[in-house]
Design a protein around this ligand. Sequence first.
Ligand SMILES: Cc1cc2nc3c(=O)[nH]c(=O)nc-3n(C[C@H](O)[C@H](O)[C@H](O)COP(=O)(O)OP(=O)(O)OC[C@H]3O[C@@H](n4cnc5c(N)ncnc54)[C@H](O)[C@@H]3O)c2cc1C
Length: 394
Amino acid sequence: MKYDVIIIGAGLVGLATAYQCLKKNQNLRILILEKESIVAKHQSGHNSGVIHSGIYYKPKSLKAKNCLEGYDSIINFAKEHDVKYDLCGKIIVATSSEEIPLLENIYNRGRENGLQNLRYLSRDEFREIEPHCEGVKAIKVPQTGIIDYPGIANKIKDLFVALGGEIEFSQLVNNIVENIDRITVITDKKEFITKKLVSCAGLYSDKITKMTNDKNDVIIIPFRGEYYKLKEDKEYLVNHLIYPVPDPNFPFLGVHFTRMIGGGIEAGPNAVLAFKKEGYNFSDFNFSETMHTLTWPGFRKIVAKYGKTGLGEMHRSLSKSAFTNALQKLLPEIQEQDLVPGGSGVRAQACDRNGGLLDDFDIVRNGNIIHVRNAPSPAATSCLAVGNTISELI
Ligand SMILES: Cc1cc2nc3c(=O)[nH]c(=O)nc-3n(C[C@H](O)[C@H](O)[C@H](O)COP(=O)(O)OP(=O)(O)OC[C@H]3O[C@@H](n4cnc5c(N)ncnc54)[C@H](O)[C@@H]3O)c2cc1C
């Protein structure tokens, strides 16, 4: 078996990369290897379902560039292939006057990133959109939307296969051997030979990168994000998307309210250290994965710097009333009994040896091998642009 390109991982990034490559050159023989039996089983199928506008990201970063390009691509793709989406807009709300400078930074960043029609809203103005929301000032981001990401993933898979691409499910990649003229990818069942290799393995990107680069100095720390759902008779409390002002140290923290494309309103996610990479429940535990995190020098530095924040997240995970308190900052009327447990997802957060949490997308190339080492939010929004960037590298 000889391929031009093998891609590890059938999440949105791997699928979009494979599809963009094949669209550029239909003579290529491309194979995706996925350890699960379906596409989008992990981050790509367990997220908030939001199409991000690009307002938060550092100008000129890979996140900003790919989110802005990916935004247009994913909307055009959804339109063309009939995948459900809705550009419902969101508000980012400062709940105290201390948060106003941070809110203004976000507004300015959005303008720098070229977002049109951003608008400050006074309390009275944002309460016309979200009458139950509380705060002092807000930004209206009309570009933000919601979408069916598993629907996008399945559609990309179908188009890729229709163009002659191949996918092998239930193939867990265990090793990669690089020779001068070929790369051998060894799974738990078979061996595959290719000229070029791209890994888009999400939560296991560190493990796969290490197979070809012993000196990889970044690991993935898994952070579970847990959601509650609003009971149906309380859905009237939220019209669209309501977000808090993010902490610049932890842009992924801060529970928000999201209307889902399939119906219902979700509240969350928090961010709790997971003791298993694909551990969707609090009690999920994997000894070697936990030790991998705990013994990483960078992790100890994170604990020293941000331990208190982490404990707060843990507390909100174990205590529904603490989770409700956090939500009441934005929506004072919400009560514990209005919430039922929702789903969860696990974020793959890359962390370096010095305790730095990699903020930007991180794609490393060494000869014929490309590893996507960090593809956190907004990588779902950006997937077609990231796939295009990687296809150009190939
Ligand atoms: C809670 C949460 C909320 C989020 N909300 C949003 C949002 O609203 N909007 C947004 O744009 N982004 C959001 N994100 C981020 C987004 O979901 C991810 O950035 C994106 O899905 C990453 O895609 P991926 O393909 O890199 O990873 P994944 O979807 O995790 O795919 C990786 C794939 O690799 C496979 N794999 C791993 N190891 C192996 C191996 N050894 N052999 C074979 N296959 C392997 C896995 O099984 C998996 O299918 C959120 C993420 C989370 C967790």
